[in-house]
Ligand binder design. Structure first.
Ligand code: GLC
Length: 637
């Protein structure tokens, strides 16, 4: 697919020329040619989107030129080793696709204590086969409750208990040596009420008041509330919080202490872009753009996924292209599948938005399939997943630090002609141990009134009922869920503790946190006893670890083509899901509790094909039977 014609972008050529001068001012002759080339390649898009967003604002030109001057300064400050990485990745923009990297996601304190402790675990990650480490928020958070660090009090400092900026740089360097890219959250939708911008706003500074959405009375908020959904309807109802110092209602999509930023005010965009680039210059290679869908508000709309959100992300992408082209952007957009693809760039933002996006619909549909024992929704979702734009990929996952957000499936379930609450409510209840035959022990999130279906919490092992080493069924369910993510994804993501089948958190020292927010169920500390057991095949940890290692090895086989499109095959059996990826790779999954016959010849994976990985005995497979919850990966040598 080609990128949109730069000539078709609307911008003032004279302004572009002045912006170029500002960007290149004071760049030494050595870097000049390279930066000029990058500017010419990406700045037309940057100006196009910024003119669209802010072009009518007074002082737009002055603001834009000063933005470009600072971008030039940040480009000059980029360390040589990162500049070298930029060049490599500019030459090979598909590096993160064909390198078959596997991701790993963890909280710094729960995984290693602090940043230096994480550095000590790099060998562990390397041996596991990880090539991408997402550390959940580690910047300075507000005091007290901070939504697990997602209430950022400073973009310039590390949370003191976790270390300092020099620890971060050292960790990034250590990881890079191990060919592991460091991914960090960029919480760009909101800041903590303790952030200096919020503090200045409370002190009456008009400039910083403009950083937020403030309303003197409830009239406008009430109108917004008619169309805007609630993220935490039980623990943080509503989207606005009254603040005495501001003498206003402030927009707070998430918790009352997380204040949404007002991207209609250009300095907000600039501040966030600079925060991103400064962290990139410290060695962060991938940014998880937290809560990306919420960046723009308009009355009468859900205030998510609005076109301006995509303009902002495209402008950020252009900035990354100009200053730190080795960096990747990953969208955290937990939205309906129909709204998801635009985050990877389609239409006017084709190929110029995020590089990666979480496939949240696939994750929720795979849990639905396990809860229902049939794969219809999963297949429907895979079939309706559009082809990826060039140089982009899906991040697939089984669990993360958040709940399974069921709402992402609403439109798919309704398209199938089913009632969302009834169908997904049943699947969720099954995974939560509330149906006959349930094996899962998940916990409902924000939906304890029994009728609403919101989210489900729990670690993967708990949701699949894996609580003893001799539970072969549960072990197969565990491998099945990760098997799907590994077979379908561009970059599959392991969630810390899953490789050791850690169960949900019920630690007493986390009781306070769990009472505040049920999502702490899936945020346990790394279990050091299990870590020791990982090579012992008689333990649950050992069995889970071996299952994950086998999946990583199978993905590394030459038959697995990460660039190939995934398509489903017809099994004529709702219990099964068969996928093909390229010409030489096919997998069949049995999501039901009964053995199912598989016709390999009918799936064109019979003669001449061999088994790459299986989670069942040879005898069954040879007899053409796929046992309950088993999967078989086949390849054409
Ligand atoms: C993202 C995070 C979630 C957090 C929210 C607000 O969705 O994954 O944990 O609560 O953003 O920052």
């Amino acid at each position: 697919m080609s990128k949109p014609d730069v000539a078709a972008l609307s911008m003032d050529p004279a302004l572009l020329a002045r912006a170029r001068q500002s960007f290149l001012a004071e760049v030494g002759t050595e870097a000049q040619a390279e930066l000029a080339t990058r500017f010419d390649r990406h700045a037309p898009r940057l100006l196009h989107w910024l003119s669209k967003l802010y072009g009518r604002q007074p002082m737009f030109e002055r603001w834009l030129l000063s933005l470009c001057t600072t971008l030039g300064t940040l480009a000059r400050a980029r360390p040589p080793v990162l500049c070298e990485l930029d060049r490599e990745r500019e030459r090979d923009p598909d590096w993160f696709i064909h390198e078959k990297r596997v991701g790993y996601c963890a909280y710094v304190d729960r995984f290693g204590g602090d940043l230096n402790g994480v550095a000590e675990r790099v060998d562990y990650l390397e041996n596991l086969g990880v090539g991408y480490l997402h550390l959940l928020p580690f910047l300075q958070a507000r005091t007290g409750d901070s939504d697990g660090g997602f209430a950022v009090a400073s973009f310039e400092a590390i949370e003191p208990a976790l270390g300092n900026m020099s620890d971060l740089e050292q960790l990034a360097t250590r990881l890079r040596k191990a060919r592991i890219s460091l991914c960090a959250d960029l919480v760009l939708n909101h800041v903590a009420d303790e952030h200096p911008w919020a503090v200045a706003a409370m002190q009456g500074d008009q400039h910083y008041r403009s950083y937020f959405h403030l309303f003197s009375d409830r009239r406008v908020p009430n109108r917004y509330e008619q169309t805007v959904a609630q993220i935490f309807p039980q623990t943080a109802p509503g989207n606005f919080t009254y603040n005495d110092a501001l003498r206003s209602w402030v927009w707070t999509t998430f918790y009352p202490y997380q204040w949404d930023l007002n991207y209609a005010y250009p300095p907000v965009f600039a501040s966030i872009a600079f925060a991103l680039l400064k962290l990139a210059n410290r060695g962060v290679e991938i940014f998880r753009l937290d809560s990306a869908p919420f960046l723009w508000k308009r009355l009468g709309t859900p205030c998510t996924n609005l076109p301006e959100v995509h303009h902002i992300l495209s402008a950020l992408r252009a900035i990354v292209g100009m200053v730190a082209p080795g960096v990747l952007l990953k969208a955290e957009a937990i939205v309906a599948s129909t709204d998801l693809l635009p985050y990877l760039g389609v239409g006017e933002t084709l190929g110029s938005e995020c590089h990666l996006a979480y496939h949240s619909g696939l994750m929720a549909a795979s849990w639905t399939a396990l809860g229902e024992g049939r794969t219809t929704l999963l297949r429907q979702l895979l079939d309706s997943t559009p082809t990826l734009p060039a140089h982009t990929g899906w991040m697939t996952y089984v669990r993360c630090h958040d709940d399974i957000v069921w709402g992402v499936l609403r439109s798919d379930v309704e398209a199938a002609g089913d009632d969302f609450t009834q169908r997904i409510g049943n699947a969720a209840a099954f995974l939560e141990g509330r149906r006959p035959g349930s094996f899962g022990h998940g916990v409902a999130f924000q939906s304890t009134d029994g009728n609403a279906v919101h989210g489900t919490n729990g670690m993967a092992a708990t949701l699949v009922g894996l609580d003893s080493a001799d539970n072969a069924d549960a072990l197969r369910r565990f491998a099945l869920m990760y098997g799907l993510a590994f077979a379908v994804g561009t970059v599959p993501l392991l969630y810390m503790g899953d490789e050791l089948a850690q169960p949900s958190n019920d630690a007493h020292d986390d009781a306070g946190l769990m009472a505040l927010d049920g999502r702490w169920a899936q945020r346990p500390r790394l279990d050091l006893a299990r870590l020791q057991q990982r090579f012992d095949g008689n333990t649950i940890a050992g069995k889970a670890y071996a299952a994950i290692k086998a999946l990583i090895a199978a993905r590394n086989d030459a038959s697995f083509d990460p660039c190939a499109t995934v398509e489903t095959l017809d099994c004529h059996n709702e219990a099964l899901l068969a996928i093909r990826r390229g010409e030489r790779f096919t997998v069949v999954f049995n999501f039901s509790d009964k053995p199912q016959p598989v016709d390999w010849t009918g799936l064109h994976a019979g003669d001449g094909w061999t088994t790459l990985l299986q989670t069942a005995d040879d005898a069954a497979i040879d007899a053409g039977i796929l046992p309950a919850w088993a999967m078989v990966w086949r390849k054409k040598p």
